[in-house]
Design a protein around this ligand. Structure first.
Ligand SMILES: C[S@@+](CC[C@H](N)C(=O)[O-])C[C@H]1O[C@@H](n2cnc3c(N)ncnc32)[C@H](O)[C@@H]1O
Length: 282
């Protein structure tokens, strides 16, 4: 039988040889998952049971093939909450925590204690579920169209015991917008990659659903469509909050201004990139 440290070295080396950037971290996550031990290397000489060894090797192979670590583990953390993920749903990104922070800040700063919120393009539900957890009196709806993503959204609302109203629908359709009215906040992290970016995806991102990524030729299709459409669902004085890609802030700001939104404010993410915008409907 192989010891933990021997197997760890083998797996880490295999990932490094395959060009996986953070091989040690990924190996540690795989070991934690398979051995159920927070720090598997505290007992380096302990023998790895045969079934755990087989699981570790299989997960390492999947990682070598370019599958994202998060899909292999089946769960990822966002804003301190667990989210189930897998093929067919976008992996929650830390950048999106900035968008969640924007909404929470707006509610607290404006004394909106029981906001009516719609999360458009909800995916795993990381935004909607987190907002419901952080603002328990909020009425949160989550709209998603993908048949692959919807089961994750439902599962994550249940996993986190978040009473989110899940709506299966097309955010670009007038009939969907008509189902929600009098909203205090529309929040969305829509697909925003350009056609050019879609051609040059990093291996792992290429495993995520293109429906979650592709935002048309210049990446702005959703902002152009959602802004006028969902303005009608916002109450006056309500806010629209978007995440967007690096360098898209000027164009997204222009779309909001052209649609009559005011007080357009941008926020940088933790990496210093201008990542989100909030604007008010007068
Ligand atoms: C960038 S992902 C965001 C997912 C999640 N909100 C997050 O921040 O991780 C965009 C999501 O929009 C969904 N989507 C794409 N087109 C849509 C449409 N027309 N109507 C509803 N959802 C759509 C995709 O399936 C995907 O889940």
């Amino acid at each position: 039988m192989v010891s933990r440290s021997e197997l760890f070295r083998e797996c880490q080396a295999a990932l490094e040889n395959a060009g996986i950037p953070d091989a040690r971290f990924d190996t540690l996550c795989i070991f934690q998952d398979c051995l159920g031990d927070r720090n598997p290397l505290f007992s380096p000489l302990e023998a790895v049971p045969a079934d755990a060894e087989a699981m570790i090797n299989a997960m390492t192979e999947r990682r070598i093939s370019g599958e994202p670590l998060q899909y292999i583990l089946g769960q990822w953390e966002f804003y301190g909450y667990p989210f189930r993920v897998g093929a067919g749903v976008l992996i929650p990104r830390p950048d999106t925590e900035t968008l969640v922070d924007n909404v929470i800040r707006l509610c607290r700063a404006n004394g909106i204690t029981s906001p009516k919120i719609a999360d458009l393009c909800a995916g795993s539900g990381c935004i909607a579920v987190t907002l419901k957890k952080e603002l328990p009196l909020a009425e949160v709806s989550a709209v998603e169209l993908s048949q692959e993503a919807l089961p994750y959204l439902r599962q994550n609302a249940a996993l986190n015991e978040a009473a989110v109203d899940i709506i299966e629908g097309d955010v670009l359709a007038e009939t969907t917008a008509a189902r929600l009215c009098g909203l205090d906040i529309v929040v969305s992290n829509p697909p925003y990659l350009t056609a050019e970016e879609m051609k040059e995806l990093q291996t792992e991102v290429g495993r995520e659903p293109s429906m979650a990524l592709a935002g048309g030729d210049d990446g702005l299709d959703f902002y152009r469509a959602l802004t006028p459409l969902w303005k009608g669902s916002l109450k006056s004085g309500g806010y629209i909050c978007f995440e967007f890609g690096m360098g898209q802030h000027d164009e997204v700001g222009k779309i909001l201004a052209e649609n009559g939104f005011e007080n357009i404010q941008f926020t940088r993410d933790l990496g210093g990139i201008v990542r989100t915008v909030t604007a008010v409907k007068r």
